[in-house]
Ligand binder design. Structure first.
Ligand code: ATP
Ligand code: MG
Length: 165
Protein backbone atom coordinates (compact mmCIF):
# COMPACT_ATOMS: atom_id res chain seq x y z
CA UNK A 1 0.00 0.00 0.00
CA UNK A 2 0.96 3.67 -0.32
CA UNK A 3 2.02 5.32 2.86
CA UNK A 4 4.03 8.16 4.36
CA UNK A 5 7.19 7.47 6.34
CA UNK A 6 5.92 9.71 9.15
CA UNK A 7 2.84 7.53 9.54
CA UNK A 8 4.99 4.40 9.64
CA UNK A 9 7.25 5.97 12.28
CA UNK A 10 4.38 7.10 14.48
CA UNK A 11 2.87 3.60 14.34
CA UNK A 12 6.23 2.12 15.40
CA UNK A 13 6.63 4.74 18.13
CA UNK A 14 3.24 3.71 19.51
CA UNK A 15 4.14 0.02 19.39
CA UNK A 16 7.38 0.43 21.34
CA UNK A 17 6.16 3.02 23.86
CA UNK A 18 5.09 0.43 26.44
CA UNK A 19 8.22 -1.70 25.88
CA UNK A 20 10.60 1.15 26.76
CA UNK A 21 11.05 0.70 30.48
CA UNK A 22 14.79 1.49 30.72
CA UNK A 23 15.14 5.12 31.88
CA UNK A 24 18.74 5.24 30.56
CA UNK A 25 17.68 4.42 27.02
CA UNK A 26 15.72 6.53 24.59
CA UNK A 27 14.12 5.60 21.28
CA UNK A 28 14.26 8.45 18.78
CA UNK A 29 12.53 8.59 15.41
CA UNK A 30 14.14 11.20 13.16
CA UNK A 31 11.70 13.36 11.22
CA UNK A 32 11.78 11.87 7.69
CA UNK A 33 11.73 15.20 5.88
CA UNK A 34 11.31 15.61 2.15
CA UNK A 35 10.78 11.93 1.45
CA UNK A 36 8.24 10.87 -1.15
CA UNK A 37 5.50 8.40 -0.36
CA UNK A 38 6.47 4.78 -0.41
CA UNK A 39 4.59 2.01 -2.20
CA UNK A 40 5.54 -1.33 -0.72
CA UNK A 41 4.23 -4.12 1.49
CA UNK A 42 3.90 -2.17 4.71
CA UNK A 43 3.49 -5.30 6.86
CA UNK A 44 6.81 -6.71 5.67
CA UNK A 45 8.63 -3.40 6.08
CA UNK A 46 7.15 -2.90 9.54
CA UNK A 47 8.29 -6.41 10.54
CA UNK A 48 11.87 -5.70 9.39
CA UNK A 49 12.00 -2.45 11.37
CA UNK A 50 10.43 -4.04 14.46
CA UNK A 51 13.12 -6.76 14.38
CA UNK A 52 15.89 -4.14 14.10
CA UNK A 53 14.40 -1.95 16.84
CA UNK A 54 13.72 -4.79 19.28
CA UNK A 55 17.29 -6.08 18.82
CA UNK A 56 18.70 -2.58 19.32
CA UNK A 57 16.70 -2.14 22.55
CA UNK A 58 17.69 -5.63 23.73
CA UNK A 59 21.43 -5.19 23.16
CA UNK A 60 21.76 -1.60 24.43
CA UNK A 61 21.98 -0.89 28.16
CA UNK A 62 22.13 2.87 27.87
CA UNK A 63 22.16 5.67 25.36
CA UNK A 64 20.00 5.93 22.32
CA UNK A 65 18.31 3.92 19.63
CA UNK A 66 17.75 6.11 16.58
CA UNK A 67 15.52 5.31 13.60
CA UNK A 68 15.90 7.24 10.34
CA UNK A 69 14.76 7.18 6.72
CA UNK A 70 16.91 8.76 3.99
CA UNK A 71 16.31 9.08 0.25
CA UNK A 72 18.96 7.34 -1.88
CA UNK A 73 19.44 7.87 -5.65
CA UNK A 74 15.97 9.40 -6.01
CA UNK A 75 14.22 6.03 -6.22
CA UNK A 76 15.33 4.22 -3.05
CA UNK A 77 15.00 4.76 0.66
CA UNK A 78 17.38 3.61 3.36
CA UNK A 79 15.94 2.93 6.79
CA UNK A 80 18.55 2.73 9.56
CA UNK A 81 18.31 1.69 13.20
CA UNK A 82 21.39 2.80 15.16
CA UNK A 83 22.19 1.90 18.73
CA UNK A 84 24.86 2.63 21.32
CA UNK A 85 24.92 -0.97 22.52
CA UNK A 86 27.33 -3.87 22.80
CA UNK A 87 28.15 -4.00 19.08
CA UNK A 88 29.19 -6.93 16.92
CA UNK A 89 32.77 -7.87 15.97
CA UNK A 90 33.53 -7.53 12.26
CA UNK A 91 33.95 -11.27 11.71
CA UNK A 92 30.32 -11.83 12.76
CA UNK A 93 28.70 -9.17 10.58
CA UNK A 94 27.67 -11.43 7.69
CA UNK A 95 26.70 -14.35 9.95
CA UNK A 96 24.06 -12.54 12.01
CA UNK A 97 21.70 -12.61 9.01
CA UNK A 98 21.87 -16.41 8.79
CA UNK A 99 19.19 -18.67 10.31
CA UNK A 100 19.73 -19.29 14.03
CA UNK A 101 23.02 -17.33 13.99
CA UNK A 102 23.87 -15.70 17.29
CA UNK A 103 27.01 -14.08 18.57
CA UNK A 104 28.70 -16.10 21.26
CA UNK A 105 29.31 -13.83 24.22
CA UNK A 106 27.97 -14.28 27.75
CA UNK A 107 25.80 -11.15 27.52
CA UNK A 108 24.55 -12.09 24.05
CA UNK A 109 23.69 -15.56 25.36
CA UNK A 110 21.63 -14.13 28.17
CA UNK A 111 19.61 -11.85 25.90
CA UNK A 112 19.22 -13.78 22.71
CA UNK A 113 16.00 -15.25 21.41
CA UNK A 114 15.68 -17.81 18.65
CA UNK A 115 18.12 -16.19 16.24
CA UNK A 116 15.65 -15.88 13.40
CA UNK A 117 14.73 -12.18 13.49
CA UNK A 118 17.53 -10.99 11.21
CA UNK A 119 17.31 -13.99 8.86
CA UNK A 120 13.61 -13.23 8.44
CA UNK A 121 14.41 -9.54 7.90
CA UNK A 122 16.89 -10.39 5.15
CA UNK A 123 14.31 -12.61 3.46
CA UNK A 124 11.55 -9.98 3.74
CA UNK A 125 13.84 -7.27 2.32
CA UNK A 126 14.55 -9.47 -0.71
CA UNK A 127 10.80 -9.92 -1.26
CA UNK A 128 10.53 -6.12 -1.27
CA UNK A 129 13.28 -5.85 -3.91
CA UNK A 130 15.82 -4.58 -1.39
CA UNK A 131 18.60 -5.71 0.90
CA UNK A 132 19.78 -5.44 4.49
CA UNK A 133 23.18 -4.73 6.03
CA UNK A 134 25.00 -3.87 9.22
CA UNK A 135 27.78 -1.57 10.32
CA UNK A 136 28.98 -2.26 13.82
CA UNK A 137 31.92 -2.01 16.16
CA UNK A 138 32.30 -4.07 19.30
CA UNK A 139 31.44 -2.10 22.45
CA UNK A 140 30.51 0.99 20.40
CA UNK A 141 27.19 0.17 18.78
CA UNK A 142 25.50 -1.03 15.63
CA UNK A 143 23.58 0.33 12.68
CA UNK A 144 21.26 -2.08 10.92
CA UNK A 145 19.86 -0.80 7.63
CA UNK A 146 17.46 -1.82 4.91
CA UNK A 147 17.62 -0.31 1.42
CA UNK A 148 14.37 -0.49 -0.54
CA UNK A 149 13.04 0.76 -3.85
CA UNK A 150 10.37 3.44 -3.31
CA UNK A 151 8.03 1.42 -5.52
CA UNK A 152 7.62 -2.31 -5.29
CA UNK A 153 7.31 -3.49 -8.91
CA UNK A 154 5.72 -1.13 -11.43
CA UNK A 155 4.61 2.15 -9.87
CA UNK A 156 0.88 1.77 -9.29
CA UNK A 157 -1.72 4.50 -9.80
CA UNK A 158 -0.75 7.86 -8.34
CA UNK A 159 -0.70 8.19 -4.56
CA UNK A 160 -3.84 9.36 -2.85
CA UNK A 161 -4.01 13.12 -2.67
CA UNK A 162 -1.73 13.74 -5.65
CA UNK A 163 -2.88 14.99 -9.03
CA UNK A 164 -3.01 12.27 -11.64
CA UNK A 165 -0.36 12.53 -14.38
P1 ATP B 1 14.97 -13.52 17.75
O1 ATP B 1 15.08 -12.27 16.93
O2 ATP B 1 14.64 -14.73 16.93
O3 ATP B 1 14.16 -13.37 18.97
P2 ATP B 1 17.75 -12.95 18.24
O4 ATP B 1 17.40 -11.52 18.53
O5 ATP B 1 18.83 -13.59 19.05
O6 ATP B 1 16.46 -13.86 18.31
P3 ATP B 1 18.39 -12.08 15.56
O7 ATP B 1 17.46 -10.92 15.69
O8 ATP B 1 18.37 -12.84 14.28
O9 ATP B 1 18.20 -13.14 16.73
O10 ATP B 1 19.88 -11.57 15.80
C1 ATP B 1 20.95 -12.50 15.67
C2 ATP B 1 22.08 -12.16 16.59
O11 ATP B 1 22.73 -10.96 16.13
C3 ATP B 1 21.66 -11.84 18.03
O12 ATP B 1 21.51 -13.02 18.79
C4 ATP B 1 22.85 -11.01 18.49
O13 ATP B 1 23.93 -11.85 18.81
C5 ATP B 1 23.21 -10.23 17.24
N1 ATP B 1 22.58 -8.88 17.20
C6 ATP B 1 21.46 -8.53 16.52
N2 ATP B 1 21.17 -7.22 16.67
C7 ATP B 1 22.14 -6.71 17.47
C8 ATP B 1 22.42 -5.41 18.00
N3 ATP B 1 21.62 -4.36 17.71
N4 ATP B 1 23.51 -5.26 18.79
C9 ATP B 1 24.32 -6.33 19.06
N5 ATP B 1 24.11 -7.57 18.59
C10 ATP B 1 23.05 -7.78 17.81
MG1 MG C 1 16.03 -10.47 17.26
Amino acid sequence: AWFEMVDLFSALRGMFRSVLTNPNLSLVFEEPEGLPRLFTDDRKLSQILRNFISNALKFTAQGEVRVSATAVDGDHVRFAVSDTGIGIAADHHAAVFEDFAQVDSPLQKRLRGTGLGLALSRHLAALLGGRVGVESELNKGSTFWVLLPLHLGEPPASPPGSTAP
